[in-house]
Write a protein that binds this ligand. Sequence first.
Ligand code: KG4
Ligand code: ZN
Length: 343
Amino acid sequence: MKILGIETSCDETAAAVVEDGPSEASPRIVSNVVYSQIKEHAPYGGVVPELASREHVNRIVGVVSEAVEQAGGFGALDGIAVTTGPGLVGCLLVGVQMAKGLAVARGLPWLGVNHLEGHLCAASLSDSPPTYPHVALVVSGGHTHLYHVERFGEYQLLGRTLDDAAGEAFDKVGKVLGLGYPGGVHVDRLATGGDPKAFSLPRGIPAKKNFNFSFSGLKTQAVQTIRAQKEPLSGALLSDFCASLQEAIADVLTQKAVRAALHAGVSGVVLAGGVAANSRVRALLEERAGNHGLWAFCPAKKLCTDNGAMIAAAGWQRFKAGQDTNWQARVRSRWPLDELSDR
Ligand code: KG4
Ligand code: ZN
């Protein structure tokens, strides 16, 4: 079974094809094309929704055609999966219209996929995918959520951010530091070799209290610290600051993820979402999970940020489970994973 996945929920125009893979639970990537709109949004320091949807319209045909050609053409496809939420509505509509048009033209079934389930499915694109049940930490530009995942498609929310997402904290502080967009990527790079203890930054809600997160206090204090400097942070001091910021975020994320896994009585943690590409979050999660006899699964970095392969992988699982075309499916700006079964 070959499934085309289309992703346009934010600022990546992406399409990919996956096919049956090494096991019942894991498909294999045949093609994976991502057009990142970073340079269009960089001058504004963040994603401009109107610009993003226009750019999706400009790029979608080229991106989808390339992914499909690399996979043997439209004739080789068995179905189409497209992100229907959560995300920017004007952006989601571009991908959905493309998917529907192709479905009609080619007589193919199509499914709407939840973007967060897509992120979680990045882990399935491996020769030895993680087993169920597990705890999953989805950390991206819009989400910081911990789930107990009993099996594919069954998500119980354990905790979430009460304010900013971890990616937003990286990006907003990165912006004040004058780093490029998205800040998270630059903080990760600059933190290399920096001293993570150089600046003391708050961790938000204590790990012992519950599984919720708060990054607004960290953001405020980080910004105050930056503004209190006599000279703009640069060189080794900038590296120290980035390392300290990254440590504060990685510390609280990994502590809570490991505690959640122990609380849920599962054997491991799956990391997902753009912030899962962060080198310190990955290393610290592996270290702390290992200390408690748990496994930690971090997907390949390029599968952590938005891509079509993760959407195709989620669609592949859902087609296999018997789900079929639903012309009533609507795009949703907000679509919590634990509401998946109600659709
Ligand atoms: O999943 P994603 O590509 O898009 C959303 O669904 O939001 O995540 C984007 C977020 C941005 O906030 C970006 O700064 C962050 O992921 N990100 C990182 C890294 N790579 C991407 N944050 C920290 N370190 C990274 N290496
Ligand atoms: Zn995402």
